[in-house]
Design a protein around this ligand. Structure first.
Ligand SMILES: [Zn+2]
Length: 357
């Protein structure tokens, strides 16, 4: 590096070239596919989630041929928790996918209980990766996932992500809805109860909080709207329909989402927060799902996102910072929604590229 170490302003990792640099982004993901940097050591528990950003990202960039499909399938399937027998399906535990190797302890001794840490978010990521690489879902033991996912739904319709001692909120309702949608089987959740929980999270300002009564937030609002869409409770282009028949307050939701586009063109997750790459997906995605995409100022959004594009490939959270996998992935999804040339189209509700089988 030729930059003076004392002059950090000149070592900004932002790409000066104001175009979407697809080749660099592919190289960035490929490097992370081969070896995840030590920076992510603390996130080992979320290994499947990191893999989801990399593999779905490569697919979004039309570069899924960079991964070894069979190796990916074997690796993902190795995280599935299987009950030892039929009776275990009723023991209250969830038999989905573990997030990483360290959360998956194998007992050599039958008398030692094998902890089951399988998690709804890991299960969502596992299925999303398998879908992305074109795995035949009829080969998955979906029965144990769906039968035991039921145990995670709470009396108020919300979901816990794991069978014991965890928080409940809209994120896990969304995971359960994606899992049901990908497996094309809704027997693992009570949709009506889930719908009622989601509706109870819409705030007075039109956005959704993670739990009833909480401040509206971009991520929670995405989870609410995407779940309702996946469950079949919201039609296409809702913003142009007669909104009196809608189960949510659409005009207020539209207003809240549009106010999240800041003067710099980026989206903020909540009022008075700085624009952040990922909300171009979370809130931009909501606007698209309700048919209000055309109200986004796409030119300034694109300009903002390019200030977060790294010269090393990938995107950062804020302009001029180093890239991370999470913001890179949501940067790619945002550019897909902006119809950037060379990117696959996005299935907004599922959070992955549209897969044509
Ligand atoms: Zn973010």
């Amino acid at each position: 590096m030729s930059n003076d170490d004392n002059d950090s302003a000149h070592s900004s990792p932002t790409n000066e070239d104001q175009s979407f640099d697809i080749d660099r982004h592919i190289r960035f993901l490929e490097m992370n596919y081969q070896l995840i940097p030590s920076f992510y050591e603390g996130q080992e528990i979320n290994h499947l989630t990191l893999a989801y950003f990399i593999i779905s990202g490569l697919h979004m960039l039309h570069a899924i041929d960079r991964v070894d499909r069979e190796a990916v399938i074997d690796w993902v399937l190795s995280f599935q928790a299987h009950p030892k027998n039929e009776a275990e399906l009723n023991n209250g535990q969830f038999y989905g996918f573990h997030g990483s190797r360290s959360s998956q302890f194998h007992s050599l001794d039958n008398e030692v209980t094998v902890p089951n840490n399988s998690h709804l978010a890991s299960t969502y990521c596992a299925l999303a990766i398998l879908k992305t690489v074109g795995y035949d879902f009829s080969l998955i033991d979906s029965g144990s996932i769906l039968k035991t996912m039921k145990h995670l739904q709470q009396p108020d319709g919300s979901f816990m992500p794991i069978h014991t001692g965890a928080e409940v909120d809209l994120r896990f309702v969304y995971c359960a809805a994606v899992i049901s949608s990908l497996l094309d089987n809704w027997s693992g959740m009570d949709k009506e109860e889930a719908k009622n929980y989601i509706l109870s999270c819409q705030s007075y300002d039109g956005g959704f909080g993670l739990i009833p009564g909480q401040e509206s937030h971009g991520g929670a609002t995405y989870c609410a709207v995407a779940s309702l869409r996946l469950m079949g409770f919201m039609e296409d282009d809702l913003v142009f329909q007669s909104t009196s028949s809608s189960i949510i307050d659409v005009p207020l939701l539209l207003d809240w989402c549009l106010q999240r586009q800041a003067v710099d063109g980026g989206f903020q997750g909540r009022p008075n927060k700085a624009s952040d790459t990922c909300y171009a997906f979370w809130i931009g995605g909501v606007l698209r799902m309700i048919g209000a995409n055309k109200f986004i100022d796409q030119t300034t959004l694109r300009e903002f996102l390019l200030t977060c594009q790294s010269k090393y490939g990938g995107f950062s959270k804020f302009p001029g910072q180093f890239p991370d996998l999470y913001h890179s992935y949501y940067g790619f999804t945002a550019f897909s929604m902006l119809q950037e040339t060379g990117l696959n189209s996005l299935d907004v509700e599922l959070g992955i590229s549209s897969i044509i089988l």
